[in-house]
Design a protein around this ligand. Structure first.
Ligand code: 5AD
Ligand code: SF4
Length: 470
């Protein structure tokens, strides 16, 4: 009998990847995905701890799901459906890792809690929970072990779903301990997978017809996996090897730290055509005083030098970053240094946040900036970043670029994909049949419109084939 799985993903790409793996794992147990939690037999909340009030949001989601369950129960009773529904509710991810026991205490409806390094045990845990429920006991399973090797061993043996663009986790965790960040505590110490394991996953992606591979890790450019030769391999070594795999036409990696942006990695951007001209390189602040307080281990000048070197080898590279405004003790002058760094860099896109306290991290005990100042600074920074993104997108109008058509768009007969520079690109097509023909393919797109967040364009040559564009 098919069962239904509802899974909600919060936060980063690492979580998106973990969710995909959980869906894959549970599909082998007969589970199909549903968008309606009240219909689900298994509900998984794959949580993120980076954002403010992350745990509160999870508790309110749990509350909503509980109400949905109760309504569904009443409905089933009215319709005299007699099936005993044993729903299982699980909290996964970084909030689970950080506050596992607390979740168990505060949310009695939760049956299991597990962290990012133990989700491969989900099928076993679900079976155990179902068994316990049958015996009339509430499961309350908790697994927040932080050892990662076992997880990757286990996941490597599983099949991969067919698609054009896929993630490949090569590294996890972080030893940097930026003073604002919870990741070293929730994802654990830095761990690089061995080359053999990575290559075995890569071959599976190749078999599944993947065109674009994004190497993932919290500190992906700190990668130092052990090779078959017993030597340590760096990220550029690995990129060079993956670029040789037939079918891998596009390679990306995220997220990087300026500290680990080696000369060899920068060089790779100029030498490897498969390595896409886009880099997400968070700087967080433009003030050296704040960077020091954040324990970032680099100065703003060092960051700017990396950007300069990257542009020397790859002049068209699109840059993205993360910024925190209102970090403890940030003055107007510190904030102005961030604005100046942004003006000097000219980003293609970026993410910016108000600093928010994470209990247990060093910055939580520092002198805090007033909320209204944080809000004003964020608005100012975001306005500048939006202007830069607009400028970047507008520049592409009238150009032709190769776009990987990853999925159907929201509009009828439309496709959505990514440009080499990571911009979202939307294309309307005359029919579903034609849309299907281009799905999953690398296609030349003539950009007709560069908007604030995305591009719009037409497939080059479509009209010549006797089909007029919509
Ligand atoms: N407050 C605000 N932003 C944060 N980030 C991480 N921790 C915090 C925090 N405590 C941001 C950083 C990081 C991104 C993933 O989230 O900019 O690069
Ligand atoms: Fe967090 Fe800093 Fe590690 Fe990034 S490098 S995950 S911000 S501690």
């Amino acid at each position: 009998m098919t069962k239904k799985l509802f899974i909600k993903t919060y936060g980063c790409q690492m979580n998106v990847y973990d969710t995909e793996r959980m869906v894959d794992l549970m599909s082998h147990e007969g589970y199909v995905k549903t968008d309606a939690p009240e219909e689900a037999d298994l509900v998984v909340l794959n949580t993120c701890h980076i954002r403010e009030k992350a745990a509160e949001k999870v508790y309110s989601d749990i509350g909503r799901i509980r109400v949905g369950f109760e309504k569904q129960k009443e409905k089933d009773l009215l319709e005299r459906k007699n099936e005993k529904s044993e729903k299982i509710i699980a909290v996964a991810g970084c909030v689970a890792q950080a506050e596992g026991a607390e979740i168990m205490k505060r949310a009695p409806i939760v049956d299991m809690v597990f962290g990012p390094q133990t989700y491969h045990k989900l099928p076993d845990m679900v079976e155990e929970a179902a068994q316990m429920k049958e015996e009339g006991v509430q499961p309350r399973l908790l697994d927040t072990d932080l050892a990662v090797d076992e997880k990757f061993d286990f996941l490597s043996k599983k099949k991969i779903t067919k698609k054009s663009s896929a993630f490949l986790t090569i590294q996890e965790g972080c030893d940097k301990f930026c003073t604002f960040c919870v990741v070293p505590y929730t994802r654990g110490a830095e761990f690089s997978r061995g080359i053999e394991d990575v290559m075995s996953d890569a071959r599976k992606l190749q078999e599944a017809g993947v065109t674009e591979v994004t190497m993932l890790g919290q500190n992906v450019n700190a990668y130092h996996g052990r090779g078959e030769d017993g030597e340590e391999w760096t990220l550029p070594d690995l990129i060079r090897r993956l670029a040789k795999i037939d079918g891998f036409e596009r390679l990306r990696y995220t997220t990087s730290h300026p500290h680990d942006m080696t000369d060899d990695l920068i060089k790779a951007h100029g030498e490897i055509p498969e390595l896409m001209p886009y880099l997400h390189l968070p700087v967080q602040s433009g003030s050296d005083k704040i960077l020091k307080a954040m324990n970032r281990t680099h100065t703003s000048a060092e960051y700017m030098k990396i950007i300069e070197d990257l542009r020397k080898v790859r002049p068209d590279i699109a840059l993205s970053g993360d910024f925190i405004v209102g970090f403890p003790e940030e003055t107007d002058a510190d904030f102005e240094a961030t604005m100046q760094l942004v003006r000097d860099t000219e980003y293609a896109q970026a993410y910016s946040f108000k600093y928010s306290v994470r209990p247990g991290t060093p910055a939580a005990d520092m002198v805090q900036v007033e909320e209204h100042i944080k809000a004003e600074r964020l608005a100012e920074l975001q306005e500048l970043l939006t202007q830069q993104q607009m400028r970047f997108n507008k520049k592409n109008e009238g150009q032709t670029m190769r776009v990987l058509m990853e999925r159907f768009g929201k509009r009828e007969n439309s496709l959505a994909g990514r440009s080499p520079y990571m911009q979202a690109v939307h294309v309307n097509l005359p029919s579903e049949e034609i849309a299907k023909k281009y799905l999953g393919k690398l296609v030349d797109i003539y950009v007709t419109n560069g908007g604030a967040r995305s591009l719009r364009g037409d497939i080059v040559g479509l009209e010549k084939q006797g089909i007029s564009a919509a």
